[in-house]
Design a protein around this ligand. Structure first.
Ligand code: PRP
Length: 216
């Protein structure tokens, strides 16, 4: 039996769609109500829905053999697991943003950066040789520069709508991000056949998507 931890929210629908294309029995996952654990009706595997950071924790502890989680969370968490596949879904980027005409890169003196991703933010500015104060924010990060809590933010941007609607601009794109498959280290040895079969199925679906998108 394989246990697969899926990240709730943004990635959820696309992950479930990939399983459906793999031909797995995920009817329950599509029509789920408040349920959190689901047995596949065809394969010997179960799925559970968790928050992104918890997905990593479940995989590290071997409660989940496999996890679907964004690279943003992996860059922030830095845990012990194998990262084995880029699923090609949940594509977005890490960016530095701020108020128009007030670039945090040009500010003299003490610079404050707000972020849900303090490690990513610290690493980025360290590589730039900029000594900044990073303030951890749990959500709605776009508010922070508007209210004067910080001079800029490090956050993920998908469509750019949230930044635009709040009058913020991008000053730099740090890197691209997408959803990844992570695997518990012991599971990879003990359940290698099942895990390789799963990765194979997912790779085929991903590559089919890439072909279709490329030919559009
Ligand atoms: C993320 C991110 C931005 C938004 C970007 O937040 O922190 O706020 O999505 O998406 P966009 O470029 O498509 O507008 P999320 O929706 O995860 O909510 P949160 O702020 O409550 O964490």
């Amino acid at each position: 039996m394989l246990s697969i931890a899926l990240t709730k929210g943004r990635l959820e629908k696309q992950s479930v769609a990939m399983f459906e294309e793999c031909g797995y029995g995920i009817e329950q996952l599509k029509d789920k109500g408040r349920q959190l654990v689901f047995q596949d009706s065809i394969k010997d595997q179960r799925y559970f829905l968790v928050k992104a950071a918890d997905c990593v924790t479940y995989v590290e502890h071997g409660v989940a053999d496999v996890g679907f989680v964004g690279k943003d969370t992996l860059m922030e968490a830095d845990g012990r697991y194998y990262e084995l596949l880029d699923l090609g879904i949940g594509k977005c980027g890490f960016i530095v943003a701020g108020l128009p005409g007030k670039s945090p890169f040009e500010k003299l003196g003490h610079v404050k950066i707000g972020s849900k991703y303090p490690h990513v933010a610290r690493d980025f500015f360290k590589k730039r040789n900029m000594d900044v104060e990073v303030i951890k924010i749990e959500g709605s990060v776009e508010l922070a520069p508007i209210l004067g809590l910080c001079d800029g933010i490090v956050d993920i941007m998908e469509t750019g709508t949230t930044l635009r609607e709040n009058g913020l601009v991008v000053y730099e794109r740090i890197c691209d991000i997408s959803a990844r498959v992570i695997v518990n280290r012991a599971s990879f040895k003990l359940k290698q056949k099942e895990i390789m079969a799963l990765l194979n199925d997912l790779t085929k679906v991903r590559d089919r998507h890439a072909e279709t998108n490329g030919s559009k």
